[in-house]
Design a protein around this ligand. Sequence first.
Ligand code: SF4
Length: 312
Amino acid sequence: MLEATDLKVEFPGRDGRRARAVDGVNLSVGAGEIVALVGESGCGKTTLARTLLGLERPSFGQVSYDGRPLSYSGRALRAFRRQVQLVLQDPMGSLNPRQTVYEAVAEGPRIHGLPDEEPVVSAALSRAGLRPPERFFLRYPHELSGGQRQRVVIAGALALNPKVLIADEPVASLDASVRGEILSLLLRLRDDLGLSALVVTHDLGLAWNIADRVAVMYLGRIVESGPTEDVLTNPQHPYTQALLSVLPESPERIILTGEPPDPTRIPTGCRFHPRCPLATTAEACTTTTLQILPAVSDPQVACHLTPVTTPT
Ligand code: SF4
């Protein structure tokens, strides 16, 4: 459905160096599939998501939708953005406080010139679980709960009848009790409408609850990917193991030392080697670059010590 191939995105960085925010990524989201893209802040996952939405242009590689490379002409992007919609992380920040729920949800259909605005808005609110929808038309964001605001944001995306949602930390600002409801809603939308979703998160617990597949990103690259259960119950990459070790049920916490990742200074060899607890066990860690992982569903790991790594 939506695919990144050999994708690189660079920005001007400090000291005249280029920041390689996305530095060679293959990633696909299939029809009706939910993929979680996880990693610490600054790992490049938001830049990757923005590039998949057509909001950033790749420096190299391409984004494809439905088998066709994305074109960056205004008209093509407009058509693409009806199919691939963004759900932002902060409902208070992404909703205009002076706009009613109706106005917020109607904005996309108006921009795209869709007919029958009121039925479209009603249907989107209903699908997002705000029923009866008319009860919410004239309400303002401050009159809603956090969960209802997040549902309005989702309704705004659904109003364009998209095929793919890209959700950036969709429940990060919500109470634990409401998070489950919003995650159930996303799963129901997948089941009822066949929607695909890329969920961008730092939260592996969220990935566990919602995703069919997980891709773990570190310093601009996917370092491990595969079916959620494989990656989260049997993580192979030392970085995934460290991320998982902070979950409450983990028996032992792995503290990562070394410098925080800097996309203007990507280390030689394995990019994780300055922080990897196992880096001293193989000389290749500091000298030999790892292959970019392919966009396949089977488990993939970018580590010299892991035999299941499959070169592209
Ligand atoms: Fe660690 Fe070496 Fe594997 Fe990189 S290649 S993750 S440094 S063990």
